[in-house]
Design a protein around this ligand. Structure first.
Ligand code: B1M
Length: 209
C-alpha cells in the first residue's frame, strides 16, 4: 500500500483521532481520489478491526475508538463527495434499524445519496419502525433506507418492512448492510438491496422514478 494510505489505515486501526484528519488532508493533496482513500485505506482498516475483534485481539472499546477515527476521517472526505447545488432528485429517510448501533456504513450511504442529489434525513441508529414511518410521512419521502450490521438486528429489518407495509407506506424501501443479501431483501419484501454506498445511489435513482 502507498505510504499515505498505509498511514490512514494504521491511524484508523489504532484509533488515532489526533492525526487522522491531517493525514486525510495530506492524502487528498497528494492527489489520491476520495474513492481510493475510502476503499483502499479506510474500509480496509475497518475490515482489519473486524478481523482483530474475531481473533479477540480487539474488544468493543478498541472497535469504538477505531470507529471514531473513521468518522473523523469521513468528515474530511464529505465535502469532496457531495456535489453542491444539485437539484434534489428525491427525498430519503435513512437509519440503522432498532437494536443496532453501527452507523459508519449507513453514514456513507447517506453521504453518497446526498452526493447523488438526494435530500437525506438521517434518523441515526436504533430506529424504531414507527419512527421510520412517521418521518417518511411527515416529509413525504420517496424512499426509506434501512441499514443493519448484525445478524440479530437483520430480523428487526424484517419487522420494520412488515410494519411499513401494514401502514401502507407510500415510500419504497431499500436495505443494506454487511449481513444483508439480495435473497434476504427479497424474502422480507424490500423493494431493493445494495451491497455498498455507490450502488445504493444507482438503486435509489431506479426506485424513485
Ligand atoms: Co460491531 N460488529 N458490534 N461494533 N463492528 C461487527 C459488525 C462484526 C462483524 C465484528 C466481527 O465479529 N467481525 C460483529 C457482527 C457479527 C454478526 O452479527 N454476524 C459485531 C459485533 C458482534 C458487535 C457487538 C455485538 C459487540 C459486543 O458488544 N460484544 C456490538 C453490537 C452493538 C449494537 O449494535 N447493538 C458491536 C459494537 C460495535 C461498536 C459500537 C464498537 C462499533 C460501531 C461504531 C459505529 O458504527 N459508530 C463496531 C464496529 C466498528 C464494527 C466493525 C469492526 C466495523 C463496521 C464498519 O463500520 N464497517 C464490524 C466488522 C466489519 O464490518 N468487518 C463490526 C465499515 C463500513 C463502511 O461498512 O457498515 O458494512 P458497512 O457498510 C457498507 C455496506 O454494508 C453497505 O454500504 C456500506 C458502505 O459501502 N451498507 C448499505 C450499509 N448499510 C447500507 C444501507 C443501504 C445500502 C447499503 O441501503 C439503505
Amino acid at each position: 500500500m502507498e505510504p499515505e494510505l498505509q498511514t490512514i489505515f494504521d491511524q484508523i486501526v489504532s484509533g488515532d483521532i489526533k492525526n487522522i484528519q491531517a493525514s486525510m488532508q495530506s492524502a487528498l493533496e497528494a492527489k489520491f481520489t476520495p474513492d481510493t482513500i475510502l476503499n483502499k485505506a479506510m474500509k480496509a482498516a475497518m475490515e482489519e478491526v473486524g478481523r482483530r475483534f474475531e481473533r479477540s485481539e480487539f474488544f468493543v472499546p478498541e472497535m469504538l475508538i477505531a470507529a471514531n477515527a473513521m468518522q473523523q476521517g469521513l468528515a474530511i472526505l464529505k465535502p469532496h463527495m457531495v456535489e453542491v447545488g444539485l437539484k434534489p432528485v428525491g427525498k430519503v429517510v435513512i437509519g440503522t434499524v432498532k437494536g443496532d448501533l453501527h452507523d459508519i456504513g449507513k453514514n456513507l450511504v447517506a453521504m453518497m445519496l446526498e452526493g447523488g442529489g438526494f435530500e437525506v434525513l438521517d434518523l441515526g441508529t436504533d430506529v424504531s419502525p414507527e419512527a421510520f414511518f412517521e418521518t417518511a410521512q411527515a416529509i413525504n419521502a420517496d424512499l426509506i433506507g434501512l441499514s443493519a450490521l448484525l445478524t440479530t438486528t437483520m430480523e428487526n429489518m424484517r419487522t420494520t418492512v412488515a410494519y411499513l407495509r401494514e401502514q401502507n407506506c407510500a415510500a419504497r424501501i431499500m436495505v443494506g448492510g454487511a449481513p444483508v443479501t439480495q435473497n434476504f431483501a427479497t424474502d422480507i419484501g424490500a423493494d431493493g438491496y445494495a451491497t455498498d454506498a455507490s450502488r445504493s445511489v444507482a438503486l435509489a435513482k431506479k426506485l424513485s422514478v
